[in-house]
Structures are given as C-alpha cells and as structure tokens.
Design a protein around this ligand. Structure first.
Ligand code: AHR
Length: 315
C-alpha cells in the first residue's frame, strides 16, 4: 500500500518530466580499484543522462553515510543511490527517506532492513560469487590436500558475509580442503598485504599454504606482494583466487601470479538509473533485486586482452 502510494506520488509529482533530475549518491569511499570504477561510471552515466549527481564520499563510515542521506533529504533530491558500507543499522534513515517520498536504490551491497524501505537493489549474487571461487578451487586441486587462507572484506559488509558463506558452501564435503586462517583485510591492498604477512609468519613462512581466497582483487594484489617479498611464488606455490576482475588482477594473471577471479561489474548505476527513470515516468515498480552477472576468468582467458579492455575504465 505504502509502495503504491509512493509510486503514484512520484509519477504525479514528476509527470512528463520522466527522468529524475537530481540524485544524491552516498558512496562508501575509495577502498579498492573496483570502487573507484563504480564511482567513475556512476558520474559518467549521470552526465550522459543529464542528471545532477550530488556525490558524497563516506570514507568507510556509516555515520557519514547517514548524515549524507539526511542532507540529500533536506536538499529535496529526486532519488538517492546508497552503496551501504555495512548491512545493519539503516532502518531509521531509510524510513526518513520514505517519509520524504524519496526513492532509495541500493548499489552493490545489501542491507538487512525491510525491502519496503528501498525501491530496488542493483548488485550481484554475492553468495554465488563465493561459490564460483570455491568451485574453481575444488576443481583445480581435485583430491590434493589444500590449506586455504582467506582474506575477508570489511567486517559486517554484505560481500564479506556472503562471499565467505558461498566459498564455504562450495568446499563443503571436500575434506581435503580446509580454511586454516581467515581475517579481514578491509577490501584494501594495504590490508591484504599486512594480513598476508601475518598469515605467512603464522604458517611457518607459507610452505604449507596451498591457496589464498581473497574477497576482492585488491587484497589479493597486496597479498601477492607479501608472498613475493617472503620468497613464496604466488600463482604456483600458492594458488590465488579472488573477486572483482579489476585490470591489475589480469596483469597478475598474465604474469602467472594469480589464477582466477570472478567478475563484478562496476556499472551498477546504469540499471539503477533505468529503474528510476521508469519509476518516475509512470510509477513502474522494478524488481526488488536487479542482478548483475558473475563470470569466472582464469589464466586461460587471455588475461592481457582482459587487462587492455578494462584499463581505461576508471579502475
Ligand atoms: O561491494 C563490492 C565490493 O566492495 C567489491 O568487491 C570490493 O572491491 C569493494 O570494495
């Protein structure tokens, strides 16, 4: 009922204008190459569509995102894009946006609030991403014993929670594969490097580690550097599988330092703006989840060509 009223109000108030003119975007920060590309593409998409995009960088802090959303509401924006740093704690501010009749679209991460509080969420199936990465390892090691170290994303974020679950789902029942260490690297290269250094120390220099699973490519790239500095051969001594498909991981794959990545498209804004446009036009309700593809790339997929195709896209 609330949804129908909101949709009708949006359609009536904007009428023939169809396209939202002013959209607030609360971005998490710039922790990874993937995040930088998402920001670049969102700005490009907005410019192409004549949207006045009001951008706010939360620098990884949920309180900054909540303050930005309140500011967007006070400015009377037509819609809000939110890439939520963590999954919990959004109810109040989403209710405030709903009371102000401003539709909110979630980008790339999920929240645990009622889905009535946002218009739609654009993103990948994060559990599936972890399953694809885990299945690649299962298929690659066969029956060999494999001690895995895991670099988790930001604690409390939906990709960290779901990518862990997905990977564990895939290796379940394969008793030869075991996650022996797991810690957050906060989705950053520095975090990935530092935590990998501590894993290598704790694991007697790394000789017993068979594989690294990193929740994003940036942490994998930091960990690759740590392995090289410790005299361990990434990609050979230690298999490396991660998520995002940023250009630098393809360079690492071409060099033999990384083995596989699962693609997450940084173009979340395109589908989000399309959904908002239809909603503003005539109240068309989008699906609650607009899913993007999760494709596996390995060293067999011409990594240099993939690097070239992505290197100028804002990563
Ligand atoms: O929410 C998507 C994740 O956030 C990306 O995989 C990661 O690189 C980013 O920081």
């Amino acid at each position: 009922m609330i949804k129908t009223l909101l949709a009708t109000a949006a359609a009536v108030s904007l009428g023939a204008a169809a396209q939202a003119q002013t959209i607030g975007f609360s971005q998490i920060g710039s922790e990874s190459g993937w995040r930088a590309a998402e920001t670049t593409l969102t700005r490009q998409q907005a410019e192409e569509r004549g949207i006045d995009l009001r951008f706010s960088d939360a620098q990884q802090r949920q309180e900054n995102q909540i303050a930005a959303i309140r500011s967007f509401i006070a400015q009377g924006v037509d819609a809000i894009l939110l890439a939520p740093v963590v999954a919990t704690g959004w109810d109040s501010v989403l209710e405030e946006a709903q009371e102000a009749e401003i539709p909110v679209v979630l980008l790339d991460r999920q929240v645990d609030s009622s889905e009535d509080l946002y218009l739609t969420a654009v993103g990948s199936d994060l559990v599936h991403e972890g399953e694809v990465a885990g299945q690649w390892l299962v298929d690659t090691v066969g029956d060999d014993e494999c001690r895995v170290v895991e670099l988790q994303g930001t604690t409390g974020s939906s990709p960290a929670i779901d990518r862990k679950t997905g990977f564990e789902n895939a290796i379940e029942g394969h008793d030869n594969i075991e996650i022996v260490r797991s810690q957050t690297g906060d989705f950053t290269r520095t975090g990935g490097k530092e935590v990998m250094e501590s894993f290598l120390q704790a694991e007697g220099g790394g000789g017993e580690i068979c594989a690294l699973y990193a929740h994003n490519d940036d942490m994998a790239i930091g960990a690759i550097q740590a392995m090289k500095e410790a005299g361990v051969n990434p990609g050979e001594d230690v298999l490396v599988v991660s998520i995002d498909a940023v250009p630098d991981i393809f360079q690492a794959m071409a060099n033999g330092d990384a083995n596989a990545t699962v693609e997450l498209t940084p173009n979340m804004a395109g589908p989000a703006f399309d959904a908002l446009e239809a909603y503003m036009e005539d109240g068309t309700e989008p699906e609650k989840f607009i899913q993007t593809e999760s494709k596996l790339y390995t060293q067999d997929d011409d990594p240099m060509a993939e690097y070239e195709a992505r290197k100028d896209l804002g990563y």
